[in-house]
Design a protein around this ligand. Sequence first.
Ligand SMILES: *Cc1c(COP(=O)(O)O)cnc(C)c1O
Length: 356
Amino acid sequence: MSLAPPRVPALFRRLPELATLPMVPLAHVPTPVERAPSLSAPGVDVWMKRDDLVSPLYGGNKVRRYEYVLADVIARGSPRIVTAGGLASTQVTATALFARLLSLELSAVLFDQPVTRFAKEAVLADADAGARLFYGGGYARTAARTWLLQRRPDRYLILPGAPTPLANIGYVDAMLELAEQVDLGLLPRPDHIVLPTGSSGTLAALALGAAWLGWETEIIGVRITDAVACNRLTVGLVIDATRRWLEARSPTYRRARRRAPRFSLHGGALGPGYGHPTPEARRAIDEVRALTGAPGEVTYSGKALVGLRQLLAERRAQGTVLLWNTLSVARPIASPGARAKVPRELSWVLDAPEVA
Ligand SMILES: *Cc1c(COP(=O)(O)O)cnc(C)c1O
């Protein structure tokens, strides 16, 4: 499996001051935009942005973000990456697969979440890709173990979701890509963009990008995590940090006329918490398959679809609505030897009953 074809991101074309920033091509872009007739109704035209197809190795919304983050790891002499995430974390899986592709080393601490089939597959894939895995249990112990690991010399910490400006610019660039597709007449300019949101980085970057384009488009994040971790304040802070990062590096961006970013959050699909298999999210697994060709799961894509339907029913999303797909269609297939690579402290996950 190779890298993506080299390209000059739309962001670098618009902001020439960024052109010297290290970037490793991982994303196969532009990703398709397509209409979703099964979700459309009178007065609502639903489209999808297929970032689920952004890489044949592993798609989803970590890929564009990692083009800059992993380039930064390499530019710093390839220290071992340390990250953390839930048992079913796509962020850990994406880090493991792209780290292997780039010959980088990874340690990952996994915290508890309901054990689904998707979670088992993720743990197997992470181990199979060569990640050194640790079991964190609850949040506090996970944070402590992660802190101890990243304290060692020659480590590079990537926090869950990687909501840093360096990662977020990948989705400012994605917004420019969408604008080019609108200009080409491939889809109408969306009134609303809906996506699942956790660490808020992707939502913040899309809102910043739309504001820069002068679009009135509202970006709506379907919360997949608790309101303490994801709320208007946390999203606003990520937007501000990313905006300041761009302003500090690019006089062109500083001078650009921009609107205020427009975003909102929708908590109606979350249920009892992160990764919890609500009955609606479980039902959505097959609906996601019908839309994308690959089954959904209950943490991200299932809840995004449930949230989208609620927003449409409440008429909070109307007109042209774009569902931004963030979960990979490509799924890693673990080798027969993968099980033996899962450390003893995590092997119980593979034998636990599946809740979905
Ligand atoms: C990481 C992830 C999200 C959440 O993205 P954030 O930028 O952390 O808000 C949503 N969906 C999928 C499939 C993801 O992997």
